[in-house]
Design a binder for this molecule. Structure first.
Ligand code: ATP
Length: 744
């Protein structure tokens, strides 16, 4: 039992309880307000359908669409895709022969064939990165040459391990198909024919896939003997090389040209695009909800799709006793049937997309869902012919849906990130889907049989996949609206720069939204900083001041908006690269290595310029001249310096980089007034030298003394931009937050 409190304590406890309750209520209100902003921000960006890229555009025939970009690109890429398919079929059909030749188990051959999905992923990332940076025709050409060499190596393999290695090479070479071909096709041909091009492309691959079991089975049977399986690989290598050589001569299309034509009516050219960081690109891509959900869906389906062909062939041989030729014939019939839907799905998708992109995407989900019913029926069939026949409807529906993945990705991914966007999809679909599926199927197949493996994995994977695709269709218009906003902003900026080329701000922050996880903390933040200007970022606690500095220097990727340095977009450029271009951050808190001496700290900062001795010495001399206090303490450890001296050292370290734009987070926090005066004197010198500075400050007085202009942030939104003097006169903004705090 607790003793009752005396009256005075009871009173103060009541007051404390009341103020805690008030604080809690305030926090709940603030969070409710933030959530309302977030919901409003997400709602606002959905434009009317006819403003979205490709929606409501004039209808084009396939011939007109192909003529717009020249058919050479499409034909070459379709041939390469067909050869990919031929290669995959070679392994599937010959799996039992290869298994017997090397004395492998079912599980081992299933793993070797399906694991190429994992190898494919290893290449997808560099290929996507190359596709977003360099001429895509060369990337495709070199990947094709590597493919042909590795296909040859598969035929030469003297052991299961060497075959595994050759498959590794094939997988890497094939990895150019999704990221590089997709990006090339999207930029070469108009949006209105993407569905049909996807269907024709898939059709070409299907024709090859459908004929290849016959060809492969035929060649293997014709040559005969234990080495018959090698010859289909040899025969594929040569034409693959010829097509790869043609790819080098394809024209390189302008990036994003069709989105720009559709949305803006003209093409905004960017002659010197900044290099994009993979990390920032992925962070941005994962915020595209329709993309995220679609790739999760296809990853789920990948669990059964990639092992499906192998398990089918093993089942046909082991359960129904089909020979390699019979399997080839059945495979050809099954594969050919997939062609049935392709002439319909492409035009249907394009038509729906022109009217309503959400319906076009939902259609794919409705194609997938019924496959979950066909699958158990097929695997219950008593003979090979019934088994193949019942498998046909599911194959038709599934291949129709898969043929449209490329067109969907091309639409929702920003054009600068198309290669990496496809690479991200490849990672999910092939690595998580195919490899995960391969492992699980191999285990179940070894423990039971291919049928159990197929049913246990396939049915849930198909249901989940279909549901997720339908769900992703609810997000597509919001994501396309973002594409429109970005394009419009680019056009406006180009016009602004053309109108006043001498007045391009050094730093430009435009329409920035930023979230930590699902919590949005910046809303449409925008401001400019002119050359030589000092801008103060002021605001309440947690308003997002430090976050905006992170976004500027590249430590955070915004979900919307642009950051420009000297008129060039750096939104997705890596932080270290931005450092090279001149953006540097002095972070809040301790920015030194306490166990190292002052000199060693400065040497660490000079690491990047270590090879240029003269430049390095100039920077040392400049910095030590600016900070005589540090000059006298070069052998002292940083940890033994006073707080003010440590802040000086941190600033000196940033200045070693010779920044063009200096970002300072909390210059004066926790420092004695006399130290702050010394720091301000240094900032004055830097200003006089023409350095551009953005400084986050808590103190309005300090901001008034150093900054020409101020931006006031509250709850992630800009409430004021203008001369610092004017902010000081705005009682509503300044008094409560700063004067009150300083006074108190
Ligand atoms: N790493 C993080 N993860 C999740 N939320 C974060 C993270 N960093 C900051 N936040 C939240 O984001 C919001 C903005 O934070 P930020 O540090 O940018 O504000 P600030 O204006 O610099 O505030 P202060 O002056 O208090 O540092 C705050 O609500 C904060 O709690």
């Amino acid at each position: 039992m607790t003793a009752p409190l005396p009256p005075v304590e009871r009173e103060s406890a009541r007051t404390a309880g009341a103020s805690a309750a008030g604080l809690a209520a305030g926090l709940v209100d603030a969070e409710a307000e933030r959530q309302a902003h977030q919901a409003a921000a997400q709602r606002q960006v959905v434009f009317a359908d006819d403003l979205l890229p490709g929606v409501g555009d004039a209808q084009l025939t396939l011939r007109e669409g192909l003529a717009a970009g020249g058919s050479a690109t499409f034909v070459t890429l379709a041939l390469l895709a067909a050869m990919d398919e031929l290669e995959s079929a070679t392994l599937s059909v010959l799996a039992p022969d290869i298994r017997d030749a090397f004395g492998m188990s079912d599980g081992a051959i299933v793993f070797i064939s399906a694991a190429s999905g994992a190898f494919l992923v290893l290449g997808a990332l560099p290929m996507g990165w190359l596709a977003d940076r360099f001429r895509r025709n060369r990337v495709i050409g070199w990947a094709g040459v590597a493919f042909s060499a590795m296909v040859f190596a598969c035929g030469m393999a003297a052991s299961a391990f060497l075959l595994f290695l050759a498959r590794f090479g094939v997988g890497i070479a094939k990895s150019s198909t999704l990221p590089v071909h997709g990006s090339m096709i999207a930029d070469t041909y108009p949006i209105g024919v993407r569905g049909r091009l996807g269907a024709v492309n898939a059709g070409a691959a299907r024709v090859a896939g459908a004929l290849s079991p016959l060809i492969v089975g035929g060649v293997a049977t014709l040559v005969g003997g234990a080495n018959g399986w090698r010859w289909p690989f040899f025969l594929l290598g040569l034409p693959a090389l010829a097509v790869a050589l043609c790819a080098f001569r394809l024209p390189e299309p302008k990036r994003g040209q069709h989105e720009m034509k559709s949305v803006l009516g003209e093409v905004v050219e960017d002659d010197r695009p900044m290099p994009i960081s993979v990390e920032a690109a992925f962070a941005r891509l994962m915020r595209i909800r329709s993309l995220r959900t679609t790739i999760m869906a296809f990853a789920a389906m990948g669990f059964s799709l990639f092992t499906g062909a192998i398990l089918t062939n093993l089942w046909l041989e082991d359960h129904f006793g089909a020979s390699s030729f019979q399997r080839g014939v059945l495979g050809t019939v099954g594969g050919a049937s997939m062609l049935v839907a392709l002439p319909f799905i492409g035009p249907r998708y394009d038509r729906l997309y022109r009217r309503d992109p959400a319906r076009a995407l939902a259609l794919l989900g409705y194609l997938i869902l019924p496959c979950a019913v066909f699958l158990p029926v097929q695997w219950a069939m008593p003979n090979a012919i019934a088994f193949t026949a019942v498998g046909i409807p599911a194959s038709i529906l599934m291949s129709a849906a898969f043929a449209m993945v490329g067109p969907v990705l091309s639409s929702v991914v920003p054009y600068r990130l198309r290669g990496l966007g496809s690479a991200l999809s490849a990672i999910y679909i092939f690595f998580i889907g195919a490899t995960g599926g391969a492992l699980i199927s191999a285990l179940i197949s070894n423990a039971y049989d291919p049928r159990v493996a197929m049913l246990v994995v396939g049915v849930p994977a198909t249901l989940i996949g279909g549901y997720l695709v339908v769900r992703s269709s609810t997000f597509i218009k919001g994501d396309l609206s973002m594409v429109v906003q970005e394009l419009r902003e680019e056009l406006e900026e180009r016009d602004r720069q053309a109108d006043d080329p001498d007045n391009i701000p050094v730093l430009q922050v435009n329409n920035i939204d930023f979230s930590y996880g699902h919590v949005q903390v910046l809303f449409d933040v925008a401001f400019d900083v002119r050359r030589g200007e000092t801008l103060a970022l002021l605001g309440t606690n947690g308003a997002g001041k430090s976050t905006i500095l992170k976004v500027i220097c590249g430590l955070g990727t915004p979900s919307r908006g642009v950051v420009r340095l000297n008129g060039r977009t750096v939104t997705y450029v890596a932080p270290e690269q931005r450092g090279r271009y001149g953006i540097h951050l002095l972070p809040g808190g301790k920015g030194v290595f306490p166990d190292m001496t002052v000199r060693e700290n400065l040497e660490m900062a000079a690491f990047r310029i270590r090879r240029d001795a003269a430049h390095r010495e100039r920077r040392f001399a400049h910095v030590l001249d600016l900070f005589p206090d540090l000059s006298d303490r070069q052998t002292q450890t940083a940890g033994s310096l006073s707080g003010g001296q440590q802040q000086m050292l941190a600033l000196a370290m940033v200045l070693m980089h010779d920044p063009e734009v200096l970002l300072i987070d909390e210059l004066s926090l926790g420092l004695a007034p006399v130290v702050v005066q010394d720091l301000l004197a240094i900032i004055e010198r830097l200003k006089a030298d023409g350095l551009t500075i953005v400084v986050v400050e808590q103190s309005l007085n300090i901001a008034l003394s150093i900054a020409d202009r101020a931006v006031f942030l509250e709850k992630g939104q800009v409430r004021f931009t203008g001369p610092t003097r004017e902010l000081a006169e705005r009682d509503d903004l300044a008094r409560a937050v700063f004067l009150g705090k300083e006074g108190g």
